[in-house]
Design a protein around this ligand. Structure first.
Ligand code: UDP
Length: 333
């Protein structure tokens, strides 16, 4: 077992799957800043080569257990941070087989490679989608699993597999259930670049830039302004949660699941107002029908993460979060 005091000197190597993606690349950046050695596995199907130093990138598919064993043999790792997965809720309802194969079978292949290689710690990217349409907010970690999409179900399945691997194989894991990841590290080169883009903030920027209106998915929800409320969490604060979860595991801590959100919700109209304020322009938008599977309100209780892992977000203002996203957007144009 590694002690906290060893961490200052020994700089363990961490394998990051999906390190070429938005949240993964931010976490790799922070790990390197904190002195960890990092190896990245990514098949580049959704991530971007330009997000990773080629010296640490292994273009490997999670399904390839042998190749994963090879990476772990050449680069012995203390722990894995597992981001690699498909994340589009709508797509998961059209091609569920893709989501179960990549997200569930891929994770199982990775876990098999970890066991064969003697790596017994994982930080896992989970999601608020495991709660489905919760009856109340803020959402606590002990609310029941109730996913309403194959995407959410795929994450529930992996969380459950991790529970069995903890009790049967002693593989310790922390599942981090993300709320709405947004923003970009100020001054950095990484940001939201999904293709196709489905997320509100980058789509609002696109509307500002092109003049093509953003479609607001429903304005008749039972919320104060009729639009959906979400908990927007800055990607660098998410990355920090991964480091804290990792260090908890490296110090011999047990398995668990934690929400990662700010605890404050904002409506779609409030996001549009923040985009207007940050860009100095009016976001064109039209009200459209509701998007299937969208709950009216998703807001985290992040108390457990704060209490047990001593996490506290750097970014608590929506406007500041949107400003960091706009800075990235402006830089890449
Ligand atoms: N949304 C919207 N128009 C869009 C994209 C998103 O009105 O073009 C809304 C969506 O219904 C949700 C919120 O913005 O209430 C955040 O959606 P996003 O897809 O960014 O994240 P999600 O909450 O689905 O993870």
């Amino acid at each position: 077992m590694l002690l906290q005091s060893d961490l200052a000197t020994s700089k363990p190597t961490i394998l990051v799957t999906g390190g070429a993606g938005y949240i993964g690349a931010h976490t790799v950046h922070l790990l390197l800043q904190r002195g960890y050695e990092v190896q990245v596995v990514d098949n580049l199907s959704r991530g971007h080569r330009h997000n990773v130093d080629p010296a640490r990138l292994h273009v490997v598919d999670l399904a390839d257990t042998e190749a994963l064993c090879g990476v772990l043999a050449r680069h012995p790792c203390e722990a894995v941070i597992h981001f690699a997965a498909y994340i589009a809720v709508g797509e998961s309802t059209r091609v569920p087989e893709l989501y179960f194969r990549n997200n569930v079978c891929g994770s199982l292949s990775l876990l098999t490679a970890m066991l064969r290689s003697g790596v017994k710690r994982m930080v896992f990217s989970s999601t608020a989608a495991v709660y489905g349409m919760p009856a109340r907010v803020p959402i606590l970690e002990d609310f029941p699993y109730a996913p309403v999409s194959p995407y959410g179900e795929s994450k529930v399945m992996v969380e459950k597999i991790l529970g069995w691997f903890d009790s049967l194989h002693g593989l310790r894991s922390i599942s981090l259930r993300y709320f709405n990841a947004s923003g970009a590290e100020p001054g950095g080169t990484i940001g939201e670049e999904h293709d196709p883009e489905t997320h509100l903030i980058p789509l609002a920027f696109r509307a500002v830039e092109t003049g093509q209106p953003l479609t607001l998915f429903g304005d008749d929800y039972p919320t104060p302004d009729g639009t959906c409320i979400r908990d927007y969490i800055h990607v660098s604060d998410l990355a920090e949660a991964h480091i804290l979860a990792l260090e908890h595991l490296l110090a011999g801590g047990g398995s668990g699941a934690f929400n990662v959100g700010t605890g404050t919700g904002h409506s779609v109209r409030e996001v549009i107002a923040a985009v207007d304020a940050v860009t100095g322009r009016k976001t064109p938008w039209v009200a459209g029908p509701r998007r299937e599977g969208d709950p009216a309100e998703l807001v985290a209780s992040a108390d457990k993460l704060k209490r047990m892992l001593h996490w506290s977000p750097r970014f608590t203002s929506l406007r500041d979060i949107v400003a960091t996203a706009w800075e990235f957007e402006s830089r890449r144009r």
